[in-house]
Design a protein around this ligand. Structure first.
Ligand SMILES: [Fe+2]
Length: 445
């Protein structure tokens, strides 16, 4: 029997292949640009290794594109074909990939958690469960999934810093900022090349309105995170956000051009960053020129390949704001027909779409088309459920801002005033809050 670095049995032919597997997972955890190269080397070394094929399938799913689901299914078939003597843990990974490729992220996440009850040192299952809880809008599990496994690890273990950064993010998303910051900083002390650790502390600084410290934190660690894969754009996005938060929107626009917008990127996270930042710049009264059109051009090539409500809400906004509202409406028409035909009760994408995603994305189209009353009508009843689309509090704050803006523009001023009072209680030292307040007061006067 061959074991990997965490002591887990791996069905493979040699210790060298187990080493390649660990290196690939490690590259994934570190957002390495070389992750693709690692997994190719692994599959070249041992094309029949069940977990190598599962890992490849997971990577296809992580791209968030429906076009890649058939490839994930092909990887799963290869894993099953060669996995007759796979361990129970490996078979559960296959079941998780199977569920995920059927749009059942909830089921996949349950499989990863069931692995962790037996094998809390399976860092791949830990990271994927973290991803699942994040995009299922389940912050308590983002936190407690890590709390459950951490007693089985020590700071002598490779990958321990990655666990602390995940735990830090879970603590942050549940509002335990003090502990989150301590764990995140400890993660970075152990390993500076951990973009998720940089990110967890960045979120604490954002939520606590410590914008100058946030800029300093991201700047200081830039040599470590700037070599990461496309996740580096998200860290650059956080830095631009701090500048917006402290009322320096021109600097944020400059950072959009220089550090977040990549015309060649087709990654959903990058495109969501771009949409979210442009929308906030519009709210700050900055002229964004033709930038929406450039984003919408890219989005329109990918508007039918979504598998997450979080993506839909951003893409519909970006498409409509960039002059491609027909593509956005087509996205929602296809979603509506999927909802009416849905025969899979375990499809967590459609489950969330029915509850909140369809209404939110339709509201984004209405908003970007200047139908503000309609946007308010759609968003008000679901605003506390928007968490279910996944993402972070900082990301979803966009929708809170757009709702207030729409309420002002729709002349629903008492609604706007109420929403603003909520926001001010949570974010008193935020330039967006200030700008919205000025407008609400002027309109009421
Ligand atoms: Fe973030």
């Amino acid at each position: 029997m061959i074991f990997n670095q965490a002591g887990l049995a791996l069905s493979c032919d040699s210790q060298a292949t187990a080493g390649l597997f660990d290196e690939t997972v490690n590259a994934y955890l570190g957002f390495s640009l070389d992750t693709g190269k690692h997994v190719k080397a692994l599959l070249t070394a041992e094309p029949q290794m069940p977990m190598a094929n599962v890992l490849m399938g997971y990577f296809y799913q992580l791209m968030g594109s429906r076009n890649l689901v058939p490839r994930a299914q092909k990887s799963l078939a290869a894993a099953r074909q060669h996995g007759q003597s796979a361990t129970a843990r490996e078979r559960t990974h296959m079941d998780a990939l199977d569920a995920w490729a059927r749009d059942d992220l909830r089921g996949a996440t349950a499989h990863w958690e069931s692995i962790l009850l037996e094998q809390p040192r399976d860092i791949l299952a830990i990271k994927l469960a973290h991803f699942g809880h994040f995009y299922l809008g389940d912050p308590l599990n983002i936190r407690d999934s890590l709390a459950r496994v951490l007693p089985h690890w020590s700071d002598q273990d490779s990958g321990y810093g990655f666990l602390l950064s995940m735990y830090a993010f879970g603590l942050e998303e549940t509002g335990d900022y003090g502990k989150a910051e301590a764990q995140g900083r400890r993660a970075i002390d152990l390993n500076r090349h951990d973009p998720w650790g940089v990110h967890a502390v960045a979120h604490v600084l954002e939520m606590q309105e410590r914008y100058a410290e946030g800029i300093e934190w991201i700047d200081e660690l830039e040599e470590a995170w700037s070599t990461a894969n496309n996740f580096r754009y998200h860290l650059a996005w956080h830095r631009a956000l701090y500048y917006l938060d402290r009322d320096e929107p021109e600097r944020a626009l400059q950072l959009y051009d220089e550090t977040t917008w990549d015309p060649d990127s087709r990654e959903y996270l990058d495109l969501c960053n771009d949409v979210a930042l442009l929308a906030r710049l519009d709210l700050a009264g900055i002229d964004t020129g033709t930038r929406w059109n450039a984003v919408a051009d890219v989005l329109s090539q990918h508007s039918q390949v979504h598998i997450m409500n979080f993506i839909d809400a951003h893409y519909t906004l970006g498409l409509t704001a960039g002059g491609k509202s027909a593509a956005a409406e087509q996205m929602m028409a296809s979603l509506e027909s999927e909802l009416s035909e849905n025969k899979n009760p375990h499809d967590s994408y459609l489950e969330v779409a029915a509850r909140v995603g369809l209404a939110l994305s339709t509201a984004m189209i209405a908003y970007a088309n200047g139908r503000f009353d309609r946007a308010v009508e759609l968003m008000l009843p679901i605003r506390y459920d928007i968490q279910l689309i996944g993402g972070s509090h900082a990301q979803r704050d966009l929708f809170a801002q757009l709702l207030i803006d729409a309420a002002i523009k729709a002349d629903r001023l008492r609604v706007a005033r109420g929403l603003l009072a909520e926001r001010k209680a949570l974010k008193p030292n935020n330039a967006a809050t200030e700008r919205l307040q000025t407008r609400v007061l002027a309109a009421l006067a």
